[in-house]
Design a protein around this ligand. Structure first.
Ligand SMILES: [Zn+2]
Length: 119
């Protein structure tokens, strides 16, 4: 295996970082995918020779967006359950009641999930 000078330099930097007590992280550099090193509170990529600042991932943002929707969703679900309660109250047909009961369970499960997400 022939290593370019750049790789050689990055390996030296990695060794140097480890010598300074850095820990190798499971995460790869977003730029070059080589392993990242944690030095105190800073995260470095030895290959890019720069500090990595973690931006909020898309997933985190998504969770945040969903969380801001939670009170509204909760309200909607509760209103649906109230409507459903009235319908069930007036329904005499067993088959229809079975369907309504299933729907009610689904709504309650959704509500339960929402509440566990919000906490
Ligand atoms: Zn890198």
């Amino acid at each position: 295996m022939i290593m370019s000078n750049k790789d050689d330099a990055s390996i030296k930097r990695m060794a140097e970082l480890l010598r300074q007590g850095a820990t190798m992280l499971a995460d790869g550099c977003p730029q070059c995918a080589s392993p990242l090193f944690k030095v105190k509170d800073d995260i470095y990529c030895a290959k890019c020779d720069r500090r990595i600042v973690y931006a909020k991932s898309d997933q985190e943002l998504e969770v945040h967006d969903v969380k801001s929707l939670l009170p509204e969703l909760r309200e909607t679900l509760i209103n649906k359950l109230k409507d459903l309660n009235e319908i069930v109250d007036n329904e005499k047909d067993t088959e229809a009641l079975t369907k309504l009961a299933n729907l009610m369970v689904l709504l309650l499960q959704a509500l339960h999930r929402l509440e566990s997400m919000g906490s």
